[in-house]
Design a protein around this ligand. Sequence first.
Ligand SMILES: *[C@@H]1O[C@H](CO)[C@@H](O)[C@H](O)[C@H]1NC(C)=O
Ligand SMILES: *[C@@H]1O[C@H](CO)[C@@H](O)[C@H](O)[C@H]1NC(C)=O
Length: 309
Amino acid sequence: MKISPLCIVLACVSLSNCVTVQTHSLDEELYYKDDYKTHPCNRPCEDQAPPRLCRYKWVVENYWSLSKACLDCPFNQSDCFRPHCVSTDGVQRGIVSVNRMLPGPSIEVCVGDAIEVKVYNELVSAEGTAIHWHGLLQKGTPHMDGVNQITQCPILPRSSFTYRFKALEPGTHYWHGHAGMHRADGLFGAFVVRQPPSREPHRSLYDHDLSEHVILVNDWLKGMTLPGYLKHHHSDELTMPSQMLINGLGAYEEFKDGNRSVYTPRASFTVEGGKRYRFRVISNAVVVCPIQVSVKMCLHKDFLSFEIS
Ligand SMILES: *[C@@H]1O[C@H](CO)[C@@H](O)[C@H](O)[C@H]1NC(C)=O
Ligand SMILES: *[C@@H]1O[C@H](CO)[C@@H](O)[C@H](O)[C@H]1NC(C)=O
């Protein structure tokens, strides 16, 4: 039998107890925030239209809220929406993010589409990770369910894993980290599977079903979850979340601008009078569940505002 040079190299690596790492270049395009709003798979779903292959590249990182990428946020509110700026509730803390977004990128596809998500683990904490697709049954692909140590080995630091499965269940789902406390520290996002209007049982109830009307709520601590969890269980003090975030946004930390108080932006949703909208609500509750979502409508002189709390 002829042994190829590659086999010899791998054998040496395992004998010397080294770990092989897959090297890759992390191109800048991975990090662009709007990629997922304009993803070609986020489209109107039509009868007879063939399913698509929907590809995503995700980089899981330890990151920082209200980082220097936020420049003058919250004093300049538009700076809070710059790429890589994760303003949360204004409290600076370590987070675990995908592509420096919180929530992470949304997956919005049509039923039957094939999903391919390449996940790079760039966590400096050197922890393994895995991504679970909550609500998708993974019929025929149980090894893609993303449950660390049960359906897969964790994705090791400095390596990647590609999830491949079909989105067969229409509805409002979500994805989240399924290793350690990653889900509580920011590793989550929406997963919406739409279907053609002819098959959508609620279609007569609304005029629009838009990406910007997906509401993702989560409870949020002032620091990384692990110390909070340990304090909760091993001291007399309970660690309760300081805030709820709506689509990653909240207004908790007060910043002083002269005699004026400023806060990081809250989530806002735009609707047009006389139209009916489908809002899809997802909970990533960790410590506090259930969560009650209420909508307060205020009729102003010439416009209507909503407050969601
Ligand atoms: C606020 O930030 C935006 C970009 O995020 C910039 O275009 C604008 O000039 C800034 N405004 C002020 C007053 O600095
Ligand atoms: C806040 O400061 C501005 C000037 O910077 C002043 O005109 C205003 O009266 C102050 N308001 C209060 C409530 O002190």
